[in-house]
Ligand binder design. Structure first.
Ligand SMILES: N[C@@H](CCC(=O)N[C@@H](CS)C(=O)NCC(=O)O)C(=O)O
Length: 216
């Protein structure tokens, strides 16, 4: 199986963590925004990452790929079969992929990707507005919702944890990780998820990559 994407994308990071938790073998083919790689273009109709090619079958979108893989490799389950738990996992996947990734994206794209990867100025006013107006509400909601079990749904790891923790890593790249003084439960939960062996080595690699571009 080939996965196309960049390590710093929250959607790619979520998928890599999922693959690690499942123990599924894959090859990561690095692609950037607007990449002309023909395999990537064939797998991703809109040119967005991640995309996948599995024995000739192509699919784009982190959630679509994960649902495909969950059906193909049901164990260990990361999307519960219980109706309520499944609904809540999809809720958190949406929360991570939409509002949280969009907020983190405004900060990460405008402060790091635009100037350091694309060689153009970012919209720093949009980044500042996202940090001051959007982020506190999202983190306050997360803080109110992290259960004592240490997992967002039920008492074991699910896609929900990976989907919400992943965009928080982009905030950390901007120096805006979850503040443990303001959001102690969310900070402890996200630290535990981002330290898992399925994701920590990828994070170490992307941190080296970011440090290098920030120094350039
Ligand atoms: N809903 C999609 C979002 C994918 C997405 O927007 N990826 C971004 C990178 S973080 C991308 O490829 N952007 C390039 C573009 O929009 O042209 C998913 O979950 O995979």
């Amino acid at each position: 199986m080939i996965i196309y994407g960049s390590l710093v994308s929250p959607f790619v990071r979520k998928l890599l963590a999922y693959l690690g938790e499942k123990g599924i073998d894959f090859e990561l083919k690095g692609v950037g925004i607007g990449d002309p790689d023909p395999g990537f273009r064939a797998a991703s109709p809109l040119g967005k990452m991640p995309a996948m090619e599995d024995d000739g079958f192509t699919l784009a979108d982190s959630s679509a790929i994960i649902h495909y893989l969950e059906a193909k490799y049901p164990d260990p389950p990361l999307i519960p079969t219980d109706a309520q738990d499944r609904g809540r996992v999809i809720w958190w996947d949406e929360f991570g992929d939409t509002v949280l990734a969009a907020c983190g994206g405004k900060m990460f794209f405008n402060r790091i990707v635009a100037p350091k990867f694309l060689g153009r100025e970012g919209d720093l006013a949009a980044a500042a507005l996202a940090e001051s107006e959007e982020l506190p509400k999202l983190l306050a909601y997360l803080e109110s919702a992290v259960p004592a079990s240490g997992y967002l749904v039920g008492d074991r790891l699910t896609l929900a944890d990976l989907a919400v923790a992943s965009p928080l890593m982009n905030l950390r790249h901007c120096g805006c990780g979850v503040d443990a003084a303001a959001y102690p439960k969310a900070a402890a939960w996200s630290e535990a998820i981002l330290s898992r062996p399925s994701i920590a080595p990828w994070i170490a690699k992307e941190e080296r990559m970011i440090a290098k571009v920030m120094a350039s």
